[in-house]
Design a protein around this ligand. Structure first.
Ligand code: SOE
Length: 384
């Protein structure tokens, strides 16, 4: 009989749904020592929380997260609230001895992240941040290919995350969903929301950043605020591009915007090594593009690998359907829960932990600072 991991989820937006779906499905597809139980959903709006609980199968509802932390029947807290509440909730949850799964980005900025890392490490509670794209099988396979040394020395890393949903000046800032446009709730714009994903993946695949130089722009300077009803200054970066040097000597470019008409969530990366190159595209997420210079000359070219095979060949895919049948976005969250639960059983924590995610936070801070100073900024180390 599996051990129960009783979940208390805070927040029921887009991520509340993605995580709930993962908790519900993981035990149907993965054989694990632990099984999540949807114990409580917590949100200020009771009627909405009750409706969410009914829809997703949560056993109970709370309207104050402090009350959730006092409950003995909750083992793990999942923080799916806007970024400006992550630190307060996570630090209190650590003090209450709860495991914590926190939505990305870890915090509003590096210093807040440092306090969160201290809290979870002092309390010795398992912790993880939801950078889900690591668990797309094709991305996990990229990691394997790099670790196997197939690329050799890495020269270039190139990543983009392009969207187009905030082009209209009529779109307000603040409130449900749109808190991402409000700097007080989000901390930053595309840097913390989208580039944080690219930075997390890059650290995982290519190691630590050494320095960055960046530019940002806020195209729409004022928007009505949903909560105040007034037109207020926009404090987020609508677009950001930066150059980076990695500790392994490679050069990199990163770009993100919510003003790339026609692109909805075009997260792409390409890595060029001495022997081989890899490219990946979220809009075609089950494929990994691979070029190997060792291939016989006349057949040499980019291969498009459909990462859906079984037999341990393609990461996670033996848990799903039959070879060739692909999976999607939501499965990256299911894989992340599976790895978290496996980590509890083995004692080897699944990443990214809060400390891993702090490194991403330090890169975001340096990017935003460089956009103001115009200088190259060194990256602080998140290592112990
Ligand atoms: C923003 O539109 C957003 O939903 C991000 O908040 C997510 O982290 C990203 O995965 C998709 O885009």
């Amino acid at each position: 009989m599996a051990k129960k991991l009783r979940i208390g989820l805070i927040g029921y937006g887009f991520m509340g749904r993605a995580h709930s779906n993962a908790y519900r499905k993981v035990s149907n597809f993965f054989d694990l020592e632990y099984q999540p139980v949807l114990k409580a959903i917590c949100a200020r709006n009771e009627a909405n929380a009750i409706a969410f609980a009914k829809k997703w199968g949560y056993e109970s509802v709370e309207t104050d997260w402090r009350r959730l932390l006092e409950r003995d029947d909750i083992d793990a807290i999942d923080i799916c609230t806007p970024n400006n509440s992550h630190a307060e909730i996570a630090i209190a949850a650590a003090k209450a001895g709860k495991m914590i799964l926190c939505e990305k980005p870890l915090s509003m900025d590096g210093p807040e992240g440092v306090d969160m890392v201290k809290a979870v490490e002092k309390a010795k509670v398992p912790n993880m941040v939801w950078y889900n794209y690591r668990r797309v099988p094709a991305v996990t396979m990229a990691k394997q290919l790099i670790e196997e040394g197939r690329l050799g020395q890495i020269f270039h890393y190139r990543a983009k995350f392009l969207q187009d949903w905030t082009i209209s000046p009529e779109l307000p800032q603040g409130g449900a969903g749109l808190w991402r446009l409000d700097a007080k709730a989000a901390g930053s714009g595309v840097t913390g929301d989208l580039l944080a994903h690219c930075i997390d993946t890059a650290i995982w695949l290519n190691g630590g950043f050494a320095s960055v130089t960046a530019m940002t722009e806020t195209f729409i300077k004022q928007r009505k605020h949903t909560l105040s009803g007034k037109v207020e200054k926009v404090g987020i970066d609508d677009a950001c591009a930066f150059l980076a040097r990695f500790k392994n000597g490679s050069l990199a470019t990163f770009e993100s915007t919510r003003y790339a008409r026609g692109h909805k969530a075009l997260y792409t990366f390409e890595i060029n090594g001495e022997h081989a190159s890899i490219a990946w595209d979220l809009h075609d997420l089950h494929r990994l593009q691979y070029f190997d210079h060792k291939d016989e000359g006349k057949l040499r070219g980019w291969r498009s690998i459909h990462v859906t095979d079984h037999g341990g060949e393609h990461p996670y895919m033996d848990k799903w359907w039959v070879p060739g049948l692909q999976i999607g976005y939501e499965h990256s969250f299911i894989h992340q829960v599976a790895d978290f639960l496996a980590g509890l059983a083995s004692g080897k924590p699944a990443g990214p932990t809060f400390r891993d995610a702090l490194e991403t936070q330090f890169v975001c801070d340096a990017v935003l600072k460089s956009a103001k100073t115009g200088a190259w900024e060194k990256i602080k180390s998140a290592a112990k």
